[in-house]
Design a protein around this ligand. Structure first.
Ligand code: NAD
Length: 341
């Protein structure tokens, strides 16, 4: 139960994941008038440890957003002011191997949340989306919010579908929907299958670092704390029915990210192992985020070097966090994907 009536209740889905947990920590640290309901299925990517010190003003429901009956009870039991939907299957490689669960969670789950939010008159619904819905760029240009959606992986197709459903609820039912689309995140508590933590951990363990294709795929990297602040800006100042790109101003090739981390850790470049490219691998993403800047003042605070340095320090200090993941169920997947190629 929220303690005071003046408090606003945010229903946050996927709060035990990487970005969701960073968001909840930021909100509880900075907004004393917000009560959080964290709805998480607790998949392989979730870690309750991410919120170990954050039980005050925060309640957890272990619920699958694809289970509408269970989700509905949460909306009946609580007066929800705002929904922020992070819950998703989020790894492109896994979507290539097994797309079905991506449709179930990312599309059907989002539809359930939209329907229940409409039914219970939720004041704001923010769909957390990705630059990957725009497809792939050539050597120049950037994605703006007007770039046509052209998703090319099962993951990005599921996210684009969810965005379109969210926007359909705005247009059809006048529901107060916002969409944020962010570039590639990195930072504390990121599951080690994603590029930056994978490289840091493998380098620390003197294990080889798999690099897809020619290593020249470009991503715009953003520190998760900047993403979280961008989401708060959109929630506070965004126009309903609008999409907001969030970017980090830090375009880099995968190979350069890896070399930077190896140099920082004094590890040899011979740890890099070129592996067969990801199927349908998008070549380049870059974000024009002038809209959020103009309308809310948002600008990322981290440059890529400062962000990666602090992320390396976090993984060194928090070895027990990732050692536990490496020794659990993830071990088999890691072997298949990253060791036995
Ligand atoms: N990681 C990035 O670089 C990035 C960039 C842009 C947008 N996003 C989006 O941000 C959101 C969060 O990404 P992340 O990297 O933190 O993901 P993550 O994989 O680290 O966490 C996802 C969380 O969602 C939960 N979840 C999964 N399926 C669920 C279900 N059916 N019901 C309830 N909970 C469920 C998981 O248990 C986990 O806690 C996603 O929607 C993703 O598409 C991510």
């Amino acid at each position: 139960m929220r303690v005071f009536n003046y408090m606003k209740t945010y229903l946050v889905t996927g709060g035990f994941g990487f970005i969701g947990s960073n968001f909840i920590r930021y909100v509880l640290d900075n907004k004393k008038d917000v009560y959080i309901i964290n709805v998480d299925k607790v998949t392989y990517a979730a870690n309750p440890e991410n919120l170990a010190d954050y039980s005050a003003n925060c309640k957890f429901y272990k619920v699958d957003i694809a289970d509408k009956t269970a989700l509905s009870k949460i909306f009946i039991e609580n007066k929800i002011d705002c929904v922020v939907n992070f819950a998703a299957e989020s790894h492109v490689d896994r979507s290539i191997a097994d797309p079905g669960i991506f449709i179930k969670t990312n599309v059907e789950g989002t539809l359930n949340l939209l329907e229940l939010s409409l039914k219970h008159n939720v004041g704001k619904f923010l769909q957390v989306s990705t630059d990957e819905v725009y497809g792939s760029l050539g050597a120049s240009g950037k994605f703006s919010e007007d770039t046509p959606l052209s998703p090319r992986s099962p993951y990005s197709a599921s996210k684009a579908s969810a965005d379109m459903l969210a926007m359909a609820f705005f247009h059809t039912y006048n529901m107060p929907v916002l969409i944020s689309r962010c570039s590639n995140n990195y930072g504390p508590y990121q599951f080690p299958e994603k590029l930056i933590p994978l490289v840091i951990i493998n380098a620390l363990n003197n294990k080889y670092i798999p690099l897809y294709g020619d290593g020249k795929n470009v991503r715009d990297w953003i520190h998760v704390s900047d993403h979280v602040k961008g989401i708060c800006s959109v929630l506070e100042k965004g126009k309903l029915g609008e999409v907001y790109n969030i970017g980090g101003n830090s375009e880099a090739e995968n190979i350069d990210i890896i070399i930077y981390i190896l140099n920082k850790l004094n590890k040899p470049h011979s740890l890099i192992k070129y592996v067969k490219d990801r199927q349908g691998h998008d070549r380049r993403y870059a974000m024009d985020f002038s809209r959020i800047n103009a309308e809310t003042g948002f600008l990322p605070e981290y440059n890529i070097e400062k962000g990666i340095d602090s992320t390396i320090s976090w993984y060194i200090k928090n070895e027990s966090w990732w050692q536990e993941i490496l020794s659990g169920d993830y071990k088999e997947y890691y072997k298949k994907m990253y060791e036995n190629r």
